[in-house]
Write a protein that binds this ligand. Structure first.
Ligand code: MF3
Ligand code: CO
Length: 252
């Protein structure tokens, strides 16, 4: 799973660097497919069709502004001032890695920068709780507390999940909850943690394409995700961008 996670980080780094005004979802999706193939891996999301949904048509989810998750990568181009969530699944050696970030396209207002910063901070707070002997509720509570403190809409209809040979395995990981309750965490488990917060209310709506999930009130929203292994010691973030050589090192 480490190998799958590192490939996910490498491709996400490339996608993050490609984000600019005028770039379309389709272009980013093509880039993702090419970079995944170069690494002898496959795009996990392609063809995924849970519960009678149409097969997912891309390698990435591309969700702009009030689109929360599962946006389809099409001809919609990014514009200065947008925020975009890119979600990427990479399968390698039979194992899945699942991770996402939300990034600003050029300048955005301070409250939007803060939404991105705090949503990512809630993910880090959740990761900190992903330890042998702790409970699922410890993770959920740590994530939700950050959103609650900030007064954000905390999305309740979607959350994290176990990940392994399949992308979506039990348990479901809610982004709110009480500490000390629920599933007991054990070394060797791998979870995808994925907080989602909005500047407005928490309600979401599924678009006509049967995939894109948007905020009902049209408010801006953020989504960050990492694949995290529970060990005997510190949590191991398998998809972390921090494991990659710095750009200066990469160019040397
Ligand atoms: N990170 C997303 C999730 O866990 C990935 C699903 S994308 C899909 O729900 F398009 F394949 F559904
Ligand atoms: Co996920």
């Amino acid at each position: 799973m480490r190998e799958a996670g590192r490939r996910n980080a490498e491709v996400r780094r490339i996608l993050l660097d490609a984000i600019a005004p005028g770039v379309t979802g389709r272009e980013l999706d093509e880039l993702a497919k090419a970079e995944i193939a170069k690494r002898d891996a496959t795009p996990t999301f392609m063809g995924y069709a849970p519960g009678g949904r149409p097969p997912y048509p891309g390698a990435i989810c591309y969700s702009v502004n009030a689109q929360l998750v599962h946006g389809l990568p099409g001809d919609l181009a990014l514009a200065e001032g947008d925020i975009v969530s890119i979600d990427l699944g990479v399968t390698y050696g039979g194992y899945v890695s699942d991770a996402a970030f939300t990034a600003a396209v050029g300048d955005v207002p301070p409250e939007v920068t803060e939404l991105l910063r705090l949503t990512e901070a809630s993910l880090l707070a959740g990761i900190e709780q992903a330890r042998d002997g702790k409970y699922l509720g410890d993770i959920s509570h740590a994530i939700g507390a950050v959103g609650e403190q900030a007064g954000y809409g905390i999305i309740r209809e979607y959350g994290g999940h176990g990940v392994g040979r399949e992308m979506h395995q039990p348990p479901h990981v809610a982004n709110f909850g009480r500490p000390g309750v629920g599933y007991r965490l054990k070394a060797g488990m791998v979870l995808a943690l994925e907080p989602m917060f909005a500047l407005g209310g928490e309600r979401t709506v599924e678009e006509e394409d049967r995939w894109t999930v948007s905020m009902s009130d049209g408010s801006l929203c953020a989504h960050f995700e990492e694949t995290v292994a529970i060990t005997q010691g510190a949590p191991e973030v398998l998809t972390s961008l921090a494991q990659l050589p710095s750009r200066a090192e990469a160019q040397a």
